[in-house]
Ligand binder design. Structure first.
Ligand SMILES: C[S@@+](CC[C@H](N)C(=O)[O-])C[C@H]1O[C@@H](n2cnc3c(N)ncnc32)[C@H](O)[C@@H]1O
Length: 277
């Protein structure tokens, strides 16, 4: 039987906190809170552990206070706002691996709103100025958050365009046509296997892009060898970021104010002769 002395941390007995019991009983060196307070103590203990984990994960370059970061479910709003302010000239946002496509919906809504404010003074009705197309093979079910953002009429809610396919290099003919539109930006928030194709296609075609890398899938990409200290397999988000940054000296980075993977890499194509913005 495992002894609780081997498995707990801090002043509390982890075994007792989790199960309400402890194999060491009264011999345990650690604190067993009264059973009637167990739930409360466990809740606080979990909260503290999450806080400690966040502090540990925080990179020194990240300027956002870990206790003030927005929850993960705010990431689409934060990323969409950041995209609109970083690429103010964009007209064609290609939202790759966007899942349900909330980022694109927010982008279109924000640009429609900006247009309608403008139209009061300039009698214009151009809605939306920016169009966003989702590229993701997943079927799109409509979440509550999407309902709040998407325009609706008696016919139901109106979603932005969706190409239900994989984004890959080289792209399909349909995606190729989409990428050739004026003032295109390719974006990917936690875009999984689409991360590197976004970067490669953007750089090769002079199309600005932004990605927030997350999962790495080292088993799918055994040929990725990390160029940083010690080298080795690209098997973490940090190494994937180094791997991507090594592709072009003009790639910039920033940190977004939400919990979890929040490091955004982007390329504005300013130094490229093929710039589409
Ligand atoms: C972790 S989810 C992120 C979804 C969304 N961006 C978000 O932050 O909620 C990753 C998404 O990537 C999509 N995906 C993975 N590889 C892709 C590819 N090559 N092309 C398009 N979508 C891809 C998956 O279908 C999935 O919806």
């Amino acid at each position: 039987m495992s002894r609780c002395n081997d498995i707990r941390t801090d002043g509390l007995c982890k075994f007792f906190i989790n199960t309400g019991d402890c194999p060491s009983g009264t011999n345990c060196r650690f604190t067993h809170p009264p059973l009637d307070q167990l739930k409360k103590v466990r809740t606080e203990w979990v909260k503290q552990r999450i806080k400690q984990r966040r502090l540990k994960q925080q990179r020194p370059e990240d300027p956002h206070n870990p206790s003030e970061k927005l929850k993960k479910n705010a990431r689409s709003q934060v990323f969409a706002d950041w995209v609109l302010s970083t690429f103010p000239e964009a007209l064609n946002v290609v939202d790759v691996a966007g899942g349900k496509g909330l980022v694109g919906l927010i982008v279109e809504k924000a640009s429609s709103k900006a247009q309608s404010q403008k139209s009061e003074t300039e009698s214009e009705t151009l809605f939306p100025r920016v169009t966003a197309t989702l590229i993701d093979p997943r079927p799109r079910d409509v979440s509550k958050q999407m309902r709040r953002v998407a325009p609706s009429s008696t016919e139901g809610i109106k979603l932005n365009a969706h190409l239900q396919e994989w984004f890959q290099d080289p792209p399909s003919e349909t995606v190729d046509r989409l990428l050739k539109r004026e003032k295109t930006v390719i974006i990917g928030l936690h875009p999984d296997q689409a991360t590197e194709p976004i970067v490669d296609i953007g750089l090769a075609r002079g199309i600005p892009w932004a990605v927030v890398p997350c999962c790495v899938f080292p088993e799918l990409y055994p040929n990725r060898i990390w160029p940083g200290d010690g080298g080795g397999e690209v098997n973490s988000t940090e190494k994937l970021i180094d791997w991507l940054k090594a592709k072009n000296g003009d790639i910039k980075e920033a940190y977004l104010p939400f919990e979890g993977r929040n490091r955004v890499l982007y390329w504005t194509a300013e130094t490229s002769t093929q710039s589409s913005l």
